[in-house]
Design a protein around this ligand. Structure first.
Ligand code: GSH
Length: 226
C-alpha cells in the first residue's frame, strides 16, 4: 500500500514533501484533489487542512514538516546525522522567508482576516477592491525591495560556505526540497507584481535553482507530470 500523499493540484505546502519523496526515491501515490472535492474531505483530516499523508492504509497524518522529517528517517541521505543542525537551520530560514511573503498572499486571498476579526469591519478590505489591490502591489514591491535581497543574501552565504551547489554541500537535503520550490515560484511570473526576473539579481540563487532542477530525480518528477 505504501505512502499516499493528498493535496490540492498546486505546489503549495506539499511540494517540499513530494520533492523529498522523489529525491529519497521512495514510491508514493501523489493524489491531487480538485478544490470542489475539498469540502467532503476536510472533516476527515486531523486539522481541516491539506496535505495529509497515509502510510500503509493507516490514519491521515497532517503537517508537511512532520512528513518531511519522516522522509528524512527513511532516506537518511536527505538529512545525514552530521549535518542535522545545518539542514534544520536552513529549513527554519526557508520558513521565515515564506512567512515574510505571507502578507502578500494572505491579504489577497483572505482580506476579511486582515483585522483578525477584532478590528471594526469598516476597517477591513473588500476582495478585489482598488484600495486592496494597491496595498497588495505595495506589499509585493516592498517584499522584492527588502525581503528578497535579505533572504537571498542569507541563502547565498550558506551555499557559498557549504561549497555548494546545494545548501549543505554537494548533495541535496530536505532543506533544498523546501527552498527550491519557493524560489521557483518567484521565477514563474504568475504572481502579480513579482516579475519572472525576480531572481536575476541573485546569480548564486539562479545557479542553485538550476542545479536543483537538473537533479535526475527532479527531472523525472517533472516528466511524471506530463
Ligand atoms: N502547517 C500546515 C499548513 C497546511 C495548510 O495551510 N493547508 C492549506 C493549504 S496550503 C489548506 O488546507 N487550506 C484549506 C483549508 O484550510 O480549508 C502544513 O505545513 O501542512
Amino acid at each position: 500500500m505504501g505512502i499516499v500523499l493528498t493535496y490540492f493540484p498546486i505546489m503549495g505546502a506539499a511540494e517540499r514533501v513530494r520533492l523529498a519523496l522523489w529525491l529519497g526515491e521512495i514510491d508514493f501515490e501523489d493524489v491531487r484533489i480538485p478544490q470542489v472535492e475539498w469540502a467532503a474531505l476536510k472533516g476527515q483530516t486531523p486539522f481541516g487542512q491539506l496535505p495529509v499523508m497515509s502510510i500503509d492504509g493507516g490514519p491521515y497524518i497532517a503537517q508537511s514538516n512532520a512528513m518531511l522529517q519522516y522522509i528524512g528517517t527513511l532516506a537518511t541521505k536527505l538529512c545525514p546525522a552530521h549535518q542535522f543542525l545545518k539542514v534544520q537551520e536552513a529549513i527554519g530560514l526557508v520558513d521565515d522567508f515564506e512567512r515574510a511573503f505571507r502578507p502578500c498572499v494572505g491579504l489577497a486571498l483572505e482580506p476579511e482576516k486582515s483585522g483578525y476579526g477584532i478590528a471594526p469591519v469598516s476597517l477591513s478590505f473588500t476582495k478585489g477592491s482598488p484600495e486592496l489591490l494597491e496595498i497588495i502591489k505595495a506589499l509585493r514591491e516592498a517584499f522584492l525591495l527588502n525581503e528578497m535581497p535579505k533572504y537571498c543574501g542569507f541563502f547565498s552565504a550558506i551555499i557559498e560556505s557549504s561549497g555548494g551547489p546545494f545548501l549543505c554541500g554537494p548533495a541535496p537535503t530536505l532543506a533544498d526540497c523546501c527552498l527550491a520550490p519557493v524560489l521557483e515560484r518567484y521565477t514563474l511570473g504568475y504572481i502579480d507584481h513579482i516579475p519572472k526576473e525576480a531572481l536575476d539579481a541573485y546569480p548564486t540563487m539562479k545557479l542553485y535553482l538550476e542545479a536543483f532542477k537538473s537533479l535526475p530525480q527532479v527531472v523525472a518528477y517533472e516528466q511524471s507530470k506530463s
